[in-house]
Design a binder for this molecule. Structure first.
Ligand SMILES: N[C@@H](CCC(=O)N[C@@H](CS)C(=O)NCC(=O)O)C(=O)O
Length: 91
């Protein structure tokens, strides 16, 4: 199942996730969301992120929010080479 990233491309919190997805060579669906009032207030979005903020990353049955947590997840799950981190590394 492909990864999905929810969020408007003008948000820097979204941009850093898009940048890392591209840098890691991960294929993903980008769902442009958050530009219009009420975008994040739907029941459907609330199930992905009860805090109702973007970005949200969906990978299979996992839904991850908070941009820095998403970055850490991506590096941990898909990073290699220079992106490898150990548990003590702060990002
Ligand atoms: N600390 C959060 C901040 C998330 C955040 O505030 N996102 C903003 C866009 S950058 C948002 O969802 N705004 C829409 C809203 O508050 O309804 C993160 O790093 O992901």
């Amino acid at each position: 199942m492909p990864i999905s990233i929810y969020g408007r491309h003008t948000s820097y919190n979204v941009q850093k996730v898009l940048w890392l997805l591209d840098d890691l060579g991960i294929r993903y669906n980008h769902i442009e969301l958050g530009s219009n009032p009420g975008d994040t207030e739907t029941d459907e979005f609330g199930k992905l992120n009860p805090m109702r903020k973007i970005p949200v990353l969906v990978d299979g049955d996992k839904s991850i929010w908070e941009s820095n947590s998403i970055l850490r997840y991506l590096v941990s799950a898909y990073g290699s080479g220079g992106w490898n981190i150990d548990e003590d590394t702060e990002i």
